[in-house]
Design a protein around this ligand. Sequence first.
Ligand code: GDP
Length: 359
Amino acid sequence: MCKKKSSKSALHEVEGIKSPSSVSDNSIINIKLKRSEQPSENVFIEKILAGDISYLSRAITLIESTNPKHQEKANVIIEQCLPFANKLVRIGITGVPGVGKSTFIEVFGKYFTEKGKKVAVLAIDPSSSINKGSIMGDKTRMEKLVKDSNAYVRPSPSGESLGGVAQKTRETIILCEAAGFDVILIETVGVGQSEIAVHSMVDFFLLLKLAGAGDELQGIKRGIIEMADAIVINKADQDNVKKANLAKAEFSRALHLYPLKESNWQPQVTTCSAFFNEKIDAVYKIIADYLSLTKSNGYFEKRRNEQNSYWLLETINQQLKNNFYNKPLVKETLKNYLKDIQKLKTTPFNAAKELLKLA
Ligand code: GDP
């Protein structure tokens, strides 16, 4: 595959949309916003509702900005867009690096755009918060999709905690929905917490796996299997077809051992080849079946309501934590207590009790 040096971000934006080279670089954002006259909230809302991608992109930049004025403006835009959201399907896609996520998202995204649907691709990449880069590095990802006028690919905001990134992604979803996208694909790397964050904001959670990695049953984390609505064994092509089918049978057997989900959905297993664009329709069919079941039995709506409650509480928790840890007295006292517990002068529990009195 062709490789091209590019931005640090895991994903590239739709061609033609000017965006900062790194969304964490606030100086660039500020200069850009200052230079071009900042439109009013109403203009933003009107343009987003009309499906204007460049305004959508600018509004997402406001969401990602750390400037309180930008955040205030973003909040007004989000609130006004909210009644127009909630119509599209949100699909989460996870899997370890190398399993073929970007290859899969590219063909899967194209599958929708070829049907005349509009697709947005967002990412939650915890590595970009830690390293201000991405473990996916310099690869040019989803080249075809970024050139597709019915697709919008937005890189993961970097330089933020996972909680911060997740909240911004939730807000970005609302704007994408208001802008008339039919499907949102949210990608994350298969490393722990980020999967929980993605799971809590999608309707359908898809786990990509490889056959013959020696971990068919034992190596995969139980939590992820429990979250998955479908397991898709990728790279089922060439010499790998037999192994992929065996893995499919094993995963299916394993999944049947789990109790039926609250949605009444029996998670499905299938194989596909993202690279050769084979059996992508089988994945689509599973998702369509899931949606038809959960929309008719009320689970779809229930889950979205639960997710909204979860995010309300999560945002409060996040805010309380930030307020607490940002207090100068807490910072100073915490430092002292950390030394004290190392010297066994006090217990962590006692230190926590004393610190919380400063809240
Ligand atoms: P990611 O790190 O999960 O996003 O994985 P990529 O999409 O970058 O894919 C990693 C490598 O696997 C690349 O070299 C792809 O060309 C290759 N790959 C992805 N999907 C398939 C597939 O279905 N079959 C085969 N044979 N290779 C694939």
